[in-house]
Design a binder for this molecule. Structure first.
Ligand code: HEM
Length: 596
């Protein structure tokens, strides 16, 4: 892992922070091991079953199907009976984007589901690719005989023993509904809500389904149901004389085996798809690095996210510092001095952000930085230092490979800012929701009106680029009813209603988006023949982005320059002007290190 790794960063955030970078939380829909209001269905159970049914159309013989999002188009089939599927669909609807497929969301959903109910942490690899049509048939149904069930799992890539494991792990939580299977679960004539009979007596992801089966105490409708044609769990469990299911009586064996077999299940993909390496929890994570225009000022914003073991407090004396080098001028590349700033906010994140991180025994602490940047010096790279103020050595997070283990060793080249020529301006941009009069045929009184979002987008282009063209590609994958993603190419035009600012001129464009999560790749074609671009710009907050006042900047001696010793004196003078004597103490070790 080396920052920036856009796909890794995005997937890591969703899995371990449980939310998108704009704050929308996926994890909070399922955590803690929630039941749905109204139907009282187990949300985690619905999510895991959804993943299984998406995978189950895989065919090992020709390499088609698997986790590819095709389930969305297969809900009308008898093999996909159940209201839980539709509800899961709407849970996931707003989350896919140009970097995270619906199938990746489904896999992450399954992992969160198991973790939030006390099950094992299933390793996640990303990169599933969505299809926009239905796939083959082949999902097992309770009335299937043993050889049909065996053949169904063989096509998915699992042998008989693995089938037993998958079913015993899958049917750990949730249950069977009277609406779907009235001959297994008798409906309540006095109620419109489905009666649900759970597979076992606990709502958790545990081996109660196994131990209750083995002790003869089970009430699992797929074992003891009145309709003997439909008791598929019994058929599956006893298919090897109960050998495999007996090995699951040990709870650790159960947890470990379920982790491994469910990991294999979510990694079943069409043969032309290659998954990423495992997306592991990063102990040190840099986020949101962006240049932006806020209240008439060019600023640089970023954040540093560190791990904190559960049930421990963040060290209150800890000082984390952002350091950066100029891109232009006499101090370019920190040849003379280095700019530094303290965080504008620091906060311990709620431990409940993601059940996966919680299960691993951590929560997060995030330090955010906003600093003013003069456009004639700009910024070429940045890094962080952390002083625990307890006598332990200063830690440097500078994009060293070791940062992925949280060691904080010197030796990386810093976190690069690749370009400052084209910068999207969220706070100058805006969005309004409109009724789509064509789709609604002019009728605004109808229920379920189709809404489109009309975006006014503003981007700054640095003087000197003299662009021949400023344009963008917009993507939105989060479209209601999972129709094809929205994609549009469009041009920005010079707009003098936004006065030039600090060497940047502003261009605007207006586009209509039928979806929920627009992202942009913005390009400026320079007079020098080069194309400058900013990728995967998110558009959720725009002019509602909360404003945080930039921090004070202090310059200290450059790390490499021979002139650094005298520069430190200058730096220290500035420092005194800005910070109290207490903070000066804070900074001394940093200066010491600079000189060493
Ligand atoms: C022989 C293969 C299987 C058959 C015939 C089967 C059948 C069923 C049936 C009939 C239900 C009840 C659905 C309802 O009433 O809403 C159900 C629920 C469920 N199944 Fe399976 N299943 C099989 C394998 C699996 C596997 C491999 C998994 C996951 C690894 C899984 C996960 C679930 C879950 C979590 C539920 C509960 C859903 C809820 O409570 O909403 N099943 N299954």
């Amino acid at each position: 892992y080396k920052w920036p790794s856009p796909q890794y960063d995005t997937l890591e955030e969703l899995l371990y922070m449980g939310r998108r970078s704009d704050g929308s939380s996926l994890a909070s829909l399922v955590h803690p091991c929630r039941k749905r209001t109204g139907t009282l269905g187990s949300i985690p159970a619905e999510w895991l079953r959804f993943a299984f049914h998406d995978m189950a159309t895989h065919n090992v013989d020709d390499g088609t199907g698997g986790m590819d999002g095709s389930i969305v188009y297969e809900l009308g089939r008898s093999e996909n009976f159940g209201i839980g599927f539709n509800q899961t669909l709407s849970d996931f609807e707003g989350f896919p984007n140009a970097r995270v497929s619906r199938a990746d969301i489904t896999a992450i959903g399954a992992i969160m589901a198991v973790a939030t109910c006390g099950g094992p942490v299933i390793p996640f690899r990303g990169g599933r690719i969505d299809t926009w049509t239905a796939g083959g048939f082949g999902t097992p149904e309770p009335q299937h005989d043993l050889s049909t069930l065996n053949e169904s799992f063989r096509k998915q890539g699992f042998n008989q023993e693995e089938m037993i494991k998958l079913v015993a792990c899958g049917h750990s939580f949730g249950g069977v509904r009277s609406t779907e299977f009235p001959s297994l679960v008798p409906p309540n004539p006095d109620s419109l809500t489905a009666v649900i009979h759970d597979f076992d007596t606990t709502p958790d992801f545990d081996n109660a389904v196994v131990t209750e089966y083995l002790s003869g105490a089970t009430t699992n409708p797929l074992v003891v149901g009145a309709n003997k044609t439909l008791v598929s769990d019994l058929r599956v469990f006893e298919s090897d004389g109960n050998k495999t299911i007996q090995s699951f009586a040990d709870k650790d064996t159960y947890a470990n085996e379920c982790r491994d077999i469910l990991a294999r299940m979510i990694d079943v993909v069409p043969k032309d798809v290659t998954l990423t390496d495992e997306i592991k929890l990063l102990p040190v994570k840099v986020g949101y690095a962006q240049l932006a225009f806020e209240k008439g000022q060019l600023v640089f914003k970023t954040s540093l996210r560190l791990l904190q073991p559960l049930n421990t407090d963040v060290n209150k004396n800890r000082v984390t510092t952002l350091l950066w080098c100029d891109k232009y001028g006499s101090n370019a590349g920190c040849s003379g001095k280095t700019s530094t700033a303290l965080p504008v906010t620091s906060f311990p994140e709620d431990p409940n952000l993601s059940p996966v991180t919680l299960k691993l025994g951590y929560y997060f602490v995030t330090y955010t930085y906003v600093v003013p940047i003069a456009s004639n010096t700009s910024i070429s790279k940045f890094w962080f230092e952390m002083d625990e103020k307890d006598g332990s050595p200063l830690k440097v997070f500078d994009n060293n490979e070791a940062d992925t283990q949280g060691q904080g060793l010197k030796g990386g080249n810093g976190y690069p800012i690749d370009q400052d020529q084209v910068i999207f301006a969220p706070m100058l941009s805006s969005v309004v929701s409109l009724y789509d009069s064509a789709a609604n045929k002019g009728d605004t009184s109808a229920t379920n009106l189709t809404v489109i979002k009309r975006y006014t987008l503003v981007t700054g282009v640095r003087d000197g680029v003299n662009p021949t063209r400023v344009h963008a590609i917009a993507n939105d994958v989060a479209i209601r009813n999972f129709t094809e993603p929205f994609q549009s190419s469009f041009d920005f035009v010079l707009n003098s209603t936004f006065p030039p600012l600090q060497g940047y001129t502003f261009y605007t464009a207006t586009i209509d988006d039928p979806g929920m999560q627009l992202t942009l790749d913005i390009f400026a074609e320079g007079a020098d023949g080069k194309t400058y671009q900013q990728n995967f710009v998110e558009t959720l907050l725009l002019d509602n982005t909360p404003y945080v006042k930039p921090a004070s900047v202090v310059t200290i001696g450059g790390r490499t320059s021979a002139a650094s010793k005298s520069a430190v004196t200058t730096g220290a003078t500035v420092l005194l002007a800005v910070f109290s004597a207490h903070l000066l103490g804070t900074w001394n070790p940093i200066i010491d290190w600079m000189l060493s």
